[in-house]
Design a protein around this ligand. Sequence first.
Ligand code: 7TS
Length: 420
Amino acid sequence: MEMPVGEKKMRREGKRSWDEIRNDFPVLQQNIREHPLAYLDNAASSQMPQDVIDRLVWYHSAEHSNVHRGVHTLSQRATRAYDQAREKVAQFIGAPDPKECIFTSGTTEGINLVAHGFGRAFVDEGDTILVSALEHHSNIVPWQMLCEEKGATVEVIPMNDRGELVLDDLDELLDGSVKLVCVNHVSNALGTVNPVKEIIDRAHQREIPVLVDGAQAVPHMAVDVQELGADFYAFSGHKMCGPTGIGVLWGRRKWLEKMQPYQGGGDMILSVTWEGTTYNDIPFKFEAGTPSIAAAIGLGEAIDYLDAIGMDRIARREAELLDMATQRLSAMEGVRLVGTAEDKASVISFDIDGIHPHDIGTILDNEGIAIRAGHHCAQPVMDRLGIPATARASLAFYNRELDIDQLVAGIYSVKEIFGV
Ligand code: 7TS
């Protein structure tokens, strides 16, 4: 039984306008508090196009069954769709082999998997994990936990006041004790695009592997893990037009094969006896238990959707929107942009003199504008900049100029209410 694809095909044909593309997203077609929704919280979670929603409904209506274990037709359908999703992921990020792509619940689980599997095998007392100053907590806390357990240390690649990593002392930081470098490709708090290729090249000169947190990069630019040369690359489905509960950890086979599984259970074994267990090959060794089958298939559909638009076209569109928002906000009296790196993607963090970011977020919500206010799970970034929080507007390709107009008008309302 094949899914009917009539409307989907129409949605994928020819070069469509951004207005047409925006119409693919049902959630964006609503009013919030009697205003058109201006959804500017894409760094937290993006929205799903109709194709992904339809694919999930089809899976649940016609294919749902467990994978890799049934001889019956439904299980074969579910397994085929699940395996195809992994192939789409591999092609999308330029992975040499789909088997190196492990389905996880998200970026957080991917990083924890490496902290357990790689950390247990390769990190000892006195070693160092080198982490950038721009990280999300999910690329800090697992390393602190590992280092506490092992008697190792977390060291930090510093950043400047604009929110750019400072690599002047990187060669000294990359000393013999460093077992892994952890850096995000794009910062969720400030939008800085980090020079990950340079960091990887310099770490590799000393044969030190690098984990890249790609949660904020994969949705916004073409990523090729082989071109970057990373050793691990983690990202989340729900930030790239896919469902929640699914993410990917790509890792080089040479590391994955040496790593211990993160969890034990069904599907990750070749044989189990009372004497012991032989683990399955990668990726299954790291996918114990029934996976998020529907979500993985939905992610595969999201990848097809993004591919049909083209990641380079998406990156250009978002750069235009970011330029526009940056110019408009920086021209407003009392509004200060936080994070002014030369190379930025999709995120604009700001504060307003004398107004707490949570108040900004609440007043903007009254006008139908969704932003995030807080430390963005990056408290060390806020500490470094000497502020408790920011207001953050984060863009996706389906945002429009009108969303930015609405944001600017909303900020004027905030200023008026507070009399600043
Ligand atoms: N790494 C980065 C750079 C992120 O932006 C996030 C989520 C994560 C890791 C964790 O991803 P998860 O899917 O496992 O939760 N960032 C945000 C954010 O900026 N606002 O809400 C979640």
